[in-house]
Design a protein around this ligand. Structure first.
Ligand code: NAI
Length: 408
């Protein structure tokens, strides 16, 4: 009988036409031959399809997780059975988490792929022995890019990194639709509560927050947005959401979802204002958006259920999902983003890795954009896969768009 991890991988693969097309070319051309790729990503079925695409391109691939709670152990096992070195383990502690990253670095990778920048951070601070061999890297998520840009500004980033997150083919779809659908799906499966009619507070109206807010409204929620950026706050207002500060939102919210990539969004200032039964969750990269130590310190009791910790404070119950980690991946039933969006995101990853393998040595240390040709190529592959056709600019239109001479 087929392994459950293998079944999950095969299930995902059938809905990844863009990555499959890249894999077919990689199998023929072997553009990654001679490379060792070190990865720290959420180890689940779609990631396994990326791993196999890179291996099909001739690379040796070594992978671990990028979050202690997001690994699917059966998928990790299936990868190992297929000959990939995979060190990820669900529920590992911090020490085990970094020990697994060290195992990836022990092979002295030539290319790396991160989701959140823990691997790049480790190699620059603690594992400098592995630094000279790295030609370049790719980073998957907003938080990783924030950290990399801060590192670059400090003059500390020592190799080129492609900002996969920042390209339209990633964040227009992955952050918006991927996070939007999967965060809510995971919350619904974990809690079994109705979204319709609930006051859902979404903290942050960036790509992820906009996705979560829009999908929650489509399920009938009354959505409140909190922001610090006045333009994004106004955008939320014009999109039809209530906008208020967290101190006000805390009093009315039934379900809270943080998506800021910032720290200390819901804190000890807010918990006492909340209703009993409030459900808290985070879809941002790190588990520091909700001040969990405050809850632990002030609770008279904590009840644990699968994926839910209930803090009893002054007779009120505050429920926290997935220990405040990425709710779409870290709840027991969380499967992460829908397959189709990861098809696009991982297609960007695969082609960016190929680009770094070819051009990494020519690129300066620092954060680089994904080349536009890669982004457009992926969009064209996806359009072809969904059977959509596209107009092309005529010679007349090209001339018109480039001219400053056409007036009334
Ligand atoms: P973004 O930069 O587009 O949006 C973040 C928003 O949060 C901004 O509008 C910002 O003004 C707002 N914000 C910052 N501090 C705030 C505060 N104190 N209160 C209220 N709002 C505040 O970033 P994006 O792409 O939406 O990513 C957000 C986070 O989600 C990042 O940590 C990213 O790594 C993570 N992410 C998670 C995914 C998942 O699978 N759950 C997928 C993709 C990204």
């Amino acid at each position: 009988m087929t392994h459950t991890g293998e079944q999950k991988i095969q299930w995902a693969q059938q809905y990844m036409p863009v990555l499959n097309a890249i894999r077919a070319r990689f199998e023929k051309e072997k553009p990654l031959t001679g490379h060792r790729i070190g990865m720290a990503l959420h180890v689940e079925a779609k990631t396994a399809c990326l791993v196999r695409t890179l291996a099909a391109g001739g690379a040796e691939v070594y992978i671990t997780g990028c979050n202690p709670l997001s690994t699917q152990d059966d998928v990790a096992e299936a990868l190992r059975e297929g000959g990939i070195a995979c060190y990820a383990q669900r529920g590992c502690n911090t020490e085990e988490y970094y020990a697994a990253i060290d195992k990836v670095l022990d092979v002295h990778p030539t290319l790396t792929i991160d989701d959140g920048m823990d691997l790049i951070n480790r190699v620059h601070l603690d594992r400098r022995d592995a630094l000279p061999g790295i030609i370049g890297a790719c980073e998957e998520t907003t938080t990783g890019i924030h950290r990399l840009r801060a590192m670059e500004a400090d003059g500390k980033l020592e190799f080129p990194v492609i900002a996969v997150n920042d390209t339209p083919m990633k964040h227009y779809f992955d952050n918006v639709h991927g996070t939007g659908e999967s965060a809510l799906a995971s919350i619904m499966l974990t809690t079994n509560v109705l979204i319709a009619g609930r006051h859902v507070v979404v903290a942050g109206y960036g790509y992820c927050g906009r996705g979560v807010a829009t999908k929650a409204r489509s399920l009938g929620a009354r959505v409140i947005v909190t922001e610090i950026d006045p333009r994004r706050a106004l955008q939320a207002h014009f999109d039809g959401f209530d906008v208020m500060c967290m101190e006000e939102a805390a009093k009315v919210g039934d379900l809270f979802i943080t998506t800021t990539g910032n720290c200390s969004i819901i804190t000890g200032r807010h918990f006492p204002l909340m209703k009993s039964g409030a459900i808290l969750s985070n879809a941002g990269h790190f588990n520091n958006e909700i001040e969990i130590p405050w809850l632990a310190e002030h609770a008279s009791a904590v009840e644990h259920r699968d994926g839910i910790d209930t803090y009893v404070i002054d007779g009120k119950k505050i429920h926290l999902l997935a220990e405040g980690r990425l709710v779409n991946l870290a709840t027991p039933k969380g499967m992460g983003h829908p397959v189709e969006v990861m098809d696009l995101s991982f297609a960007v990853q695969a082609l960016s890795v190929e680009y770094v393998a070819k051009h990494g040595c020519e690129l300066a240390a620092g954060v680089h954009d994904v080349p536009t040709e890669i982004d457009e190529y992926i969009a064209r592959l996806k359009l072809a896969a969904v059977g959509a056709t596209l107009d092309a600019l005529t010679a007349e239109q090209k001339e018109y768009m480039c001219s400053w001479n056409h007036g009334t």
